[in-house]
Design a protein around this ligand. Structure first.
Ligand code: SF4
Length: 431
């Protein structure tokens, strides 16, 4: 039987997903001994694969990417395959995009797709390949059979407490995921469609365990991953501030007063209706950040309703005013070019942004992208008029707006292009 090496096609965006997968492999007796390599870029992936092949291993190359990076990663795959063409190498793509667009992903040349959450699936897949078994038998695996998509269901969903939030044995760290899934159904967002329409929370005890571990490893900054920070502990739209405070107080007890606790800010955010005097008092007591990232998305109530955001524009304005009262600097996310946006809606958004900026807020600008798997997946890519671009650049020049909104306008168009299934590229049966 030929043993297996795992090579992650490891990039800056999406690297935390690999850390989680690494942690899942480290903590299963069947997979803990399988070597894992992190190949950053085509050259490093090729080198890692060649090394493993020379040592007599077969190789699983794992790819994970978000939809905007699909075209780029498909190119990298082609380059890797162009340099190492060996039946002992299997390229597997997982993550949000592969799950939403399995056929297009496979047609781009990946040998298998991993559908759904990665933790349980990666353990089964690596164990199966390492034992010489058939990967098609693993739940959540998809493949092309003479050009036709076949799939073996979808991977099971993880219980967060049962997995480390990163890969400690390989020194791969990241924010601690405290909540997965989302009960909201914003029509532009992939989260509920990928991770489910219910919250799954990591327990306070488990979070504290990993925070304690990080303190022992010398970390000084502690960040958390969640779709909506103030939803920690709840299963409804109503925040459970007792649960949030239990989490924050527990973390603070572990890290002391000198280390920094970041909550409601990068890489997560808060919903505007959750910003209340009571929630801000809790945050002020425990967190280190002065900035709060608030999801606003539009100044038009019509567009907010059409996107099923679950709040109106007045709520955004109230949240910003309250942040100011409690000494937080709100950074408000806006999404330009949402489907159905008319000139009046754009004017309402620009006017709201001006009012928020006057109150000391910063605007984080994004352009709408029709993401696979979402109800808006078939919508036209977000486009900005020259006038909107001029207004946004003006705000940016004054330091009041930041973000990738210009690049995302280009990416949105590319996404609309690549969502059409491409020609079938050669598939390789597993060795
Ligand atoms: S945008 Fe935020 S609140 Fe809305 S569905 Fe996505 S993760 Fe949930």
């Amino acid at each position: 039987m030929t043993p297996l090496t795992v090579v992650w096609a490891y990039r800056r965006t999406g690297k935390f997903a690999f850390h989680v997968l690494t942690g899942a492999l480290e903590t299963d007796a069947r997979t803990v001994g399988v070597p894992i390599e992190f190949g950053n870029g085509v050259r490093a992936v090729v080198a890692a694969v060649q090394r493993a092949l020379a040592q007599g291993y077969r190789v699983l190359v794992g790819w994970s990417f978000y939809s905007p990076d699909f075209a780029l990663l498909a190119n990298e795959l082609r380059e890797v395959k162009g340099q190492v063409d060996d039946v002992r190498v299997l390229h597997v793509a997982g993550g949000v995009h592969a799950t939403a667009e399995p056929e297009a992903t496979l047609r781009a040349g990946f040998d298998l797709v991993a559908l759904g959450e990665g933790e349980l699936l990666v353990r089964e897949l690596v164990h199966t390949l390492n034992a010489g078994g058939d990967p098609h038998a693993v739940a959540g695996i998809g493949w092309l059979d003479n050009g036709v998509l076949r799939r073996n269901g979808r991977a099971g969903r993880a219980v967060l407490d049962e997995f480390p939030p990163f890969g400690p044995a390989h020194d791969r760290f990241g924010p601690i995921e405290i909540t997965r899934g989302c009960i909201y159904a914003c029509r532009f967002c992939q989260t509920p469609y990928f991770a489910g329409a219910a919250f799954r929370h990591r327990s306070v005890d488990n979070v504290r365990y990993w925070v304690r571990y990080l303190v022992g490893r010398g970390f000084r900054d502690f960040r958390f991953l969640t779709p909506t920070s103030l939803s920690y502990g709840t299963h409804t739209t109503e925040p459970d501030l007792l649960a949030v405070e239990a989490l924050l107080a527990g973390v603070r007890e572990e890290i002391g007063t000198e280390r920094r606790l970041w909550f409601g800010t990068f890489p997560s955010e808060v919903r505007p209706e959750h910003v209340t005097a009571a929630s801000l008092r809790v945050l002020k007591k425990w967190v280190s950040n002065k900035a709060l990232i608030v999801g606003g998305q539009s100044g038009s109530d019509r567009v907010l309703a059409a996107s099923e955001r679950g709040h109106d524009s007045a709520t955004i304005e109230r949240a910003v005013a309250l942040c100011g009262e409690y000494g937080f600097v709100p950074h408000v996310d806006f999404l330009f070019g949402l489907p159905g946006e008319e000139p009046d809606d754009v004017d309402a958004t620009l006017a709201l942004m001006d009012r928020l900026v006057e109150r000391g807020a910063k605007v984080h600008g994004h352009t709408f992208m029709p993401l696979p798997g979402t109800p808006f997946r078939k919508a036209a890519p977000g486009m900005l008029t020259d006038e909107v671009r001029r207004r946004l650049r003006n705000l940016a020049s004054k330091g009041q707006l930041y973000g990738q909104w210009e690049q995302q306008e280009v990416t949105a168009r590319e996404l609309a292009e690549v969502r059409r299934p491409g020609p079938l590229l050669p598939q390789r049966p597993p060795a």
